[in-house]
Design a protein around this ligand. Sequence first.
Ligand SMILES: *Cc1c(COP(=O)(O)O)cnc(C)c1O
Length: 230
Amino acid sequence: MRLTVKDNLEVIQTHIRKSCAKVGRSPADIHLIGVTKYVGVERTREAIRAGVSHLGENRAPGLQAKQEGLSDNHDTVSWHFIGTLQSRKVKDVIPTVHYIHSLDRLSLAKEIHKRAEQAVNCFVQVNMSGEASKHGLPPKDVQAFLESLTPYTNVKVIGLMTMAPYTHDEEYLRDLFRRLKVLQTAMADAGYEHAPCTELSMGMSNDYQIAVEEGATYIRIGSALVGNEG
Ligand SMILES: *Cc1c(COP(=O)(O)O)cnc(C)c1O
């Protein structure tokens, strides 16, 4: 029998509290994004009822379907676009998303700047593993990229994001998250007005406890929260 979203959420929140306690962080600093790309509107509604107030989708059609099906929850949900964003889709998602997690190129920043009426909260996606299949900038290019964004005032870089490879190698994951935290802190210390870089979007179903221990402020959880309708 499939667990309810509420049951899953309680387990996840317990894990978050434990991870926070281990390293002296406050659970209030961790924003849980329910990733609903695998499930339909009804299961997503269950997540909202359970108390999830941040929702993430990785494709524009999925985002639109959820937003239409859940339009009665308009005021209670913050929407996150977490997937690869094609420039031509920007105009479709911009009016309704609160956060974009996948900023990884200047052409995308230009398009966001052009289509947005006010500053959009963005994360710069970083490829920490070096795998060719992963999107994102190499860590060494992040600072120059942030500097190149200065003219595009509707792009506000609130932090860095990464997607770790799927592995049970805890030390590998810990090191990867730690390196992103170091980079994020350096970028925050650089003090760019358009890129405060105070946030860290990292951690998914497989690795969120490690990510929380290493400084994540936004975790993106799909299967462990809502399951997978396949
Ligand atoms: C699908 C997805 C997630 C959630 O994945 P789970 O392993 O199911 O938690 C998180 N982030 C991104 C970018 C995704 O595409």
